[in-house]
Design a protein around this ligand. Structure first.
Ligand code: ARG
Ligand code: GLU
Length: 720
């Protein structure tokens, strides 16, 4: 090869081999030995891959759980004590709260196991082992099949594997696609269903800074809560019973009080939900130009309505607190994502990556045959998809913000069950509907909802493309005079929105359903969804399945064409390891953010009586007296720190571990500038945010006086 050729190869290696970038990637624990161990040790890790994941003896993975299917938690004592985020346990904390006994405001600390509070419906799941099952799952699948045929073979294969796989009666088998459906892995899991609340700080600590600080660095939130896993007397999963006993884990994490320095190795172990690292540039463009802005605008309106009510009414404030936080969370994230993608010129970079891909493909006749038209096809398919995707987002985002429609959806489900399977079908569908309605009503206020309807349906009318708007809806608006008047009418006429539905169907489902069938909300709901399904949904799913096929092929092609690059699969709610180093960052010109925050920063932000930045008296006293016990450092109390670990939603509550596998922090967020890491990771500005475990210990011990919980843990102090 000529020198110039070598140079080109060298430079393209620099640009395209992504593992040159430290810290990117969400790795599969069972593949660490093969893909990552060496790199991890270079970064400072003192463990072996087997210490992290081993199916033959206890390893770190045995201390990690999926918390309720949406967050992560970790076992930190031999009595099943479980650490996760405050915001992950917030629903439970809210459920145990009332105006008289407000856990949100005051916090909660069980003095003994007998005082710990059960939480029906909450569960945690351990991963026992992970096995690759690609060849079994794809057995009988061919490249020329339609997506539908392909999926039905895969579904059948998965059902067979699950049926034939040996497992204990208390275990489950889960099979998930990876690399856009190019690989499949099987998970043997154990799920515990008696999970009790042990301790939570007041929200002025657990959610300090609330929405203003959410997704932001510098951060000063003590975002943690403690639960305990209970098991039957045999230590196996069991439904809630007062007879259950604290669970004895195979493994629990030791807690390090040594603290962190810049450059320290860290890894985060947990269940990231969903990322899209391998999208084609035109999909990223659409997210930026269309999908995010559309959803942001709707949420902005919803938040404004709810906020006005919450500020006026203490009861509504409690009722809507969790919902509000949830709506606000994605609202703010999408904005950060948009900003980060713009600032890092992600689309441009994707495009040059695609150009390099094409160049390599065209230089190889075999690849050219297989992948030559792929990029064009992707571009074309995404273009077709655009307006359907936009209207899908408008429709879904609007309807999900209006609870009357969520209630209508439940009635609809019951009506369908009755129609298709008679009374027996109805009875079978009832329990789930009852649960859902109970949840809905607990966090529902008719006036708030009417206002949401009025504001959001008006917006819906304005931003939807005409051809996608249901004519029945339009004529209802016309008849009423305005959307606001329609809201007035509907919310006074409808029986559904009065909050009686649950009682009625519990008393007599067969008789009460037909009454609701004629309810104006149900009718409107049926008209809206009916029209949407006909005009948008059907076409959309065809297009989506075509895009899925192309993205799957593109994934396969990238792995083949960029041989020098080590690929990791997109997050899909399964157990992953990410690793990196504690690191500050430079968000924009001339600005540098340090890697750690202190209690001093809490006091800087302190605004007495403020909704977001009030600080409990006791914490102020501890600060004034520098009463930090053994947890402070150099006369200061550390609060949060950041590192380059590649995390995502679902990694909340994930442990941050040091080079030896000790707990040093609790993951709970990412920095505003770097939230685009779900789509495009950039090592310069992507950082995850963790609570320093010393702050957690300090709050439990010195603030809450719950030293008995510290005694349960195993504290260590490895030398630096
Ligand atoms: N942004 C974090 C996450 O995505 C924390 C959210 C909870 N806090 C809040 N203020 N909403 O879940
Ligand atoms: N707070 C997020 C969660 O609830 C984790 C932060 C993130 O998305 O990185 O999972």
């Amino acid at each position: 090869m000529k020198l110039s050729g070598k140079l080109i190869l060298f430079f393209s290696f620099l640009i395209f081999s992504n593992t040159v970038f430290a810290d990117e990637g969400m790795w599969l624990p069972q593949l660490l030995e093969k893909l990552n161990e060496k790199k991890m040790r270079q970064l400072g890790m003192k463990l072996t891959a087997k210490d992290i994941y081993d199916i033959n003896k206890g390893s770190l993975k045995d201390a990690i759980v999926s918390f309720g299917g949406f967050c992560t938690g970790e076992v930190i004592s031999e009595k099943g004590l479980l650490l996760t985020n405050y915001h992950c346990g917030f629903d439970e904390i809210q459920n145990h709260s009332s105006l008289e006994n407000n856990l949100i405001k005051n916090g909660f600390w069980a003095k003994k196991t007998g005082d710990e509070l059960p939480n029906p419906g909450l569960f945690v799941t351990f991963i026992v082992r992970i096995d690759e099952v690609t060849s079994q799952v794809l057995n009988g699948v061919s490249p020329t099949m339609s997506e539908k045929e392909r999926q039905s073979i895969i579904d059948k294969n998965i059902a067979d594997i699950r049926k034939n796989r040996k497992k204990e009666p208390y275990q489950d088998i889960i099979i998930r696609p990876f690399f856009e459906g190019n690989e499949y892995y099987l998970f043997v899991t154990e799920t515990y269903r008696d999970i009790r609340l042990v301790g939570a700080p007041p929200s002025s600590i657990g959610n300090f800074g609330k929405d203003t600080d959410n997704w932001m660095w510098p951060r000063h939130t003590g975002d943690f809560a403690l639960f305990r896993i209970y098991a039957g007397k045999d230590n196996k999963p069991a439904d809630y019973s007062p007879e259950n006993v604290p669970f004895t884990p195979r493994r629990f994490l030791s807690v390090s009080t040594a603290g962190v320095r810049e450059g320290d190795f860290t890894m985060v172990f947990g269940f990231p939900g969903r990322t899209m690292q391998y999208l084609h540039s035109s999909a990223v463009e659409q997210i930026m130009k269309i999908n995010n802005p559309v959803k942001i605008a709707i949420r902005e309106k919803a938040l404004k309505v709810i906020d006005e009510f919450m500020r006026r009414d203490e009861k509504i404030k409690i009722q809507y607190a969790s919902k509000y936080a949830g709506i606000q969370n994605a609202y703010k994230k999408w904005q950060g994502e948009l900003m980060g993608l713009t600032q890092t010129r992600a689309v441009e970079r994707k495009k040059s990556y695609e150009a390099e891909f094409l160049k390599r493909v065209n230089a190889n006749p075999q690849w050219k045959e297989k992948y030559g038209t792929l990029i064009d096809e992707l571009t074309k398919s995404y273009r077709e998809f655009e307006s359907f995707g936009k209207n899908r987002d408008i429709f879904n985002e609007t309807l999900s913000r209006i609870e009357a429609f969520s209630m209508a959806a439940q009635v609809n489900r019951l009506l369908n069950a009755l129609q298709n399977n008679g009374e027996k079908g109805l009875m079978a569908a009832l329990p789930e509907a009852e649960n859902r309605l109970e949840e809905l009503y607990a966090e529902y206020n008719k006036e708030v909802d009417r206002n949401l309807f009025s504001v959001l349906m008006q917006h819906y009318l304005e931003v939807s493309e005409r051809e996608f708007l249901s004519p029945e809806f339009l004529s209802r608006v016309e008849k009423a005079g305005s959307v606001a008047a329609l809201a007035e009418n509907i919310y006074s006429e409808s029986k559904l929105v009065q909050g009686q539905l649950l009682d009625d169907i519990q008393k007599n489902p067969v008789q009460s359903l037909p009454v609701y069938e004629k309810d104006p909300v149900i009718q409107l709901y049926q008209q809206l969804t009916g029209y949407y399904n006909e005009k948008v949904s059907r076409r959309l799913s065809e297009m989506q399945s075509n895009i899925n096929r192309l993205q799957r092929l593109y994934m396969e092609a990238q792995r083949e064409v960029f041989k020098e690059k080590v690929f990791y699969p997109d997050a899909n709610g399964t157990l992953r390891i990410t690793y990196g180093q504690v690191k500050r960052y430079n968000p924009r010109d001339a600005v540098m953010y340090e890697h750690i925050t202190y209690l001093d920063g809490v006091m800087e932000k302190y605004k007495p009586g403020d909704y977001e930045f009030d600080v409990p008296e006791k914490l102020i006293m501890l600060y004034k007296n520098k009463d930090y016990g053994p947890y402070g450092e150099g006369g200061k109390m550390p609060v949060c720190f950041i590192a380059g670990n590649h995390t995502s939603g679902g990694n909340s509550g994930s442990p941050a571990l040091d080079a030896y596998g000790n707990l040093i922090g609790l993951n709970f967020d990412r920095v505003w500038e770097g939230t685009m890491s779900d789509i495009y990771y950039n090592p310069e500005i992507c950082r995850n945010i963790m609570v320093d475990v010393r702050y957690i210990l300090f709050i439990i011990d010195k603030f809450a006086g719950a030293g008995h919980l510290i005694k349960e843990m195993k504290l260590v102090r490895p030398k630096k």
